[in-house]
Write a protein that binds this ligand. Structure first.
Ligand code: SAH
Ligand code: SF4
Ligand code: F3S
Length: 437
C-alpha cells in the first residue's frame, strides 16, 4: 500500500475536499499517514483568502521539493484555491510539483494520480465541474461537513473567492440527502451544511420540484434519529423569513447563524460592494434575536480596508457591541490580485495601522464573547459531547451546545457522541463550564 499525506489550509470547504480526496485515494490503495516524510504522495490543499495563507502553501511545497532529491519517486500535488489561481504558472515557480489541481476538477483526482504515477506532469484547472464521486473518508468525530453549494456571484471588492471557486453551483437534494444518511449511519451526530453563501442554495429534485435551503432543511430534518443540523455561511440580506421560520419549526436545526458583516460602517460596506448598510444588518440581527431566543449570531470583520478612517473603524467596534455579536472572526485587509480593492493602492492603510486596529478589534471581540457567555450563567444547555480528557486526575467532557457554545463539564467517563444537559456555572471568554444535570 502506498502512503499519502494531505495538508489542508483554509476553510471548511477545503477540509471537506480533503475528505473526498482521501476517499478517492483509498480506492487507489493509498493509506493516510500523519508523517509527510513517510509519504509517497504529498498533497496540499491551498487557501488564497489572504497573502499569509498563500505564503504558507508555497513554503510547504518548497520544503517537500527538496525531499525529491533523495526520493525521486515522491509525487507532489498542489490543489485548492491557490492552484486554481496560478494554474500552469506554478511549474515555473515550483518545477518539482507533479500535479496542479483546480477546485472544480476535484473528482478527476483518481485519473490524474494514475497519470502522474506514470511520470506525467499534469495541470487540470478548467472551470467546468466534473461529475461527483461518492467516496469520502471523513475525519472521525461527531460532526460531518456536507457541501451543498460552491462558488460565489457576489464579488465583494476585497475577496478572491469568486475567482477561486467559480460561480455558484448547488448540488442536488438527492446527493445531499444520501450523503447525510451515510454520515448518520456511520455514527455522526451533527450535519453542517457548507457553502460560500448557503442561502443561495437552489436546486431541483428528480421530480422537478424546486428546492431552496429551507426546503432542504425540512427534508434533512425528516431523516430518522437524534442529530443536529447547522448551516454556514449566510449572506446577511439573503436570510429569508421562511428560513427563520424553518429554524424555529424544525427540532434538529440549531439556533445558530454565521452572518459576516465585514465592517460596521455603511460607507465602507458600499466600497466593499456588500449589499446592505449598518442599519439593515442591525435589523436582520434584531429580527432573528427577537424570534429565536438564545440564538447565537457570529460574524467576520476586516480591519483596515482601503480608505478606512479611524472613525469608520470605530463604527465596526460599535456594531460588534450594539448587535451583541457572540463571536467574530477577524483579519487585517490583505490585497488580493484580480480583486477591485487591490487596485486602490493610494488608499491602502499602512501595515502598522492595520495591525493596531486588528489588535483593538480582537480585544473588543474577546469582551463581546465574554459578555455573550455570561448570558448563560445558571441556564441549562443541551451539549453534544465531542471529547473526553483526563488531566491530573480531572476528568472532563467537552462539546457544543445547540447555539454553538463550547461547554466543559466534569464527568467520570468518555461519552463522546452522546447528548447531555449541562447547567452552566462559570463563563469564560472562549468557553462555558457547568455540571451535567
Ligand atoms: N462568503 C462569506 C465569506 C467567505 S471568505 C461571506 O460573504 O461572508 C471568509 C472571510 O475572509 C470573509 O468573511 C472576510 O472577512 C475574510 N476575507 C476575505 N477576503 C479578505 C481579504 N482580502 N483580506 C482580509 N480578509 C478577507
Ligand atoms: Fe467573498 Fe463576498 Fe463571496 Fe463571501 S460573498 S465569498 S466575502 S465575494
Ligand atoms: Fe481559502 Fe478558498 Fe476557503 S480561498 S477560505 S480555501 S474558499
Amino acid at each position: 500500500m502506498k502512503k499519502v499525506y494531505i495538508e489542508t489550509l483554509g476553510c471548511q470547504m477545503n477540509k471537506s475536499d480533503a475528505e473526498r480526496m482521501l476517499g478517492m485515494l483509498e480506492h487507489l490503495d493509498y493509506t493516510e499517514t500523519q508523517n509527510p516524510k513517510d509519504a509517497d504522495l504529498l498533497i496540499i490543499n491551498t487557501c488564497s483568502i489572504r497573502k499569509l495563507s498563500e505564503d504558507k502553501a508555497y513554503s510547504a511545497i518548497g520544503v517537500w521539493g527538496k525531499w525529491k532529491k533523495n526520493k525521486p519517486d515522491l509525487k507532489i500535488a498542489f490543489c485548492g484555491c491557490v492552484a486554481q489561481q496560478v494554474q500552469k504558472d506554478l511549474f515555473r515557480r515550483a518545477p518539482y510539483v507533479d500535479l496542479v489541481l483546480g477546485t472544480q476538477r476535484l473528482y478527476e483526482l483518481p485519473e490524474l494520480i494514475k497519470r502522474i504515477e506514470n511520470g506525467e506532469r499534469v495541470v487540470s484547472c478548467d472551470e467546468t465541474p466534473c461529475a461527483e464521486r461518492e467516496e469520502i473518508k471523513r475525519v472521525k468525530g461527531v460532526n460531518a461537513w456536507i457541501p451543498i453549494m460552491e462558488g460565489c456571484n457576489n464579488f465583494c471588492t476585497y475577496c478572491i473567492v469568486p475567482y477561486t471557486r467559480g460561480r455558484e453551483r448547488s448540488r442536488t437534494p438527492e446527493a445531499i440527502l444520501n450523503e447525510a444518511k451515510k454520515a448518520l449511519n456511520e455514527g455522526f451526530k451533527e450535519i453542517t451544511l457548507l457553502g460560500q453563501n448557503v442561502d443561495s442554495y437552489r436546486s431541483q429534485d428528480a421530480e422537478g420540484k424546486n428546492v431552496n435551503l429551507a426546503e432542504l432543511l425540512r427534508r434533512l430534518n425528516a431523516l430518522p434519529g437524534k442529530f443536529r443540523i447547522r448551516f454556514v455561511t449566510s449572506y446577511p440580506t439573503d436570510i429569508t423569513e421562511e428560513l427563520i421560520d424553518t429554524v424555529i419549526e424544525l427540532d434538529k436545526v440549531c439556533e445558530y447563524f454565521h452572518i459576516p458583516m465585514q465592517s460596521g460602517d455603511s460607507e465602507v460596506l458600499k466600497k466593499m460592494n456588500r449589499r446592505y448598510d449598518k442599519e439593515t444588518y442591525g435589523k436582520i440581527c434584531a429580527n432573528i434575536r427577537q424570534r429565536i431566543p438564545d440564538v447565537t449570531i457570529t460574524s467576520d470583520f476586516i480591519a483596515g480596508f482601503p480608505g478606512e478612517t479611524e472613525e469608520q473603524f470605530q463604527h465596526t467596534l460599535d456594531a460588534m457591541s450594539e448587535f451583541e455579536l457572540d463571536y467574530s472572526n477577524t483579519a487585517a485587509y490583505s490585497p488580493r490580485e484580480k480583486t477591485v480593492a487591490a487596485k486602490w493602492v493610494d488608499k491602502f492603510i499602512p501595515e502598522e495601522v492595520k495591525s493596531e486596529r486588528l489588535a483593538r478589534l480582537n480585544a473588543h471581540n474577546q469582551q463581546c464573547c465574554l459578555n455573550s457567555n455570561k448570558k448563560y450563567l445558571g441556564k441549562t444547555l443541551e451539549v453534544l459531547v465531542e471529547r473526553f480528557d483526563e488531566n491530573n486526575g480531572k476528568k472532563v467532557i467537552s462539546g457544543r451546545s445547540r447555539n454553538n457554545k463550547m461547554v466543559h463539564a466534569p464527568y467520570d467517563r468518555d461519552i463522546t457522541g452522546e447528548f447531555v444537559n449541562v447547567k452552566i456555572t462559570d463563563a469564560h471568554t472562549w468557553h462555558l463550564e457547568g455540571e451535567v444535570v
